[in-house]
Ligand binder design. Sequence first.
Ligand code: ZN
Length: 221
Amino acid sequence: MKQLIDGLFRLESARAGNAYLIEEGGRSVLVDTGLASGARALVAELAAARIPPVTDVVLTHYDPDHAGAAAAVQRASGARVWIGAADARILRGEQEPPTRTRRTMQRLGWLGRPEVPAGLHELPGHAEVEIAAGVVAVPAPGHTPGHHLVRWRGVSLIGDAARISHGELVHFPGFLISDRTQADATLAAIAASRPRLVCPGHGAPDRLVGSGGDASRHTAS
Ligand SMILES: [Zn+2]
């Protein structure tokens, strides 16, 4: 694990998508897990780390590069797994993905189909949920209907709500976005919250231009 700031780590073995770990109040909260193919290495990395017990896993959304290793982490740790209710329905196969592109991606088995963790804890999607003291799941729809971000001590762990390019939040390609209006609102809300650090689902954590703090922007490491 690589420490980003005090209490916040980026896992090194998560495959394709980023996984982050927050230490708070004697517990560890994992945010996203990467692909299923990285599960064994991720579980080993967590087991080798000197961290409090992993009690919770928050999945920002249902895509396999974020939810893929959640079931394995749950088996190893007994952690609760949280995901937006709308995405839980898609993950369990109870509801079709929301766009034609996403339906095609699922039919073709794009990045595989994640094993569904047992007893998913569903985030309602219309309100924030405090997962642990100060670790808050915030609805951030657009990329998927039930997408969430995690806010902790001024840091925003945003999943695929946006990418970061040269210190600015930018959208993913349109074909990956389920609802552009929602995605616009989510991106604006993240920027308006002026996070001191943004941890995206893909690429390196970074500060946003104009968010205060260190005037010379650099990758936190
Ligand atoms: Zn992703």
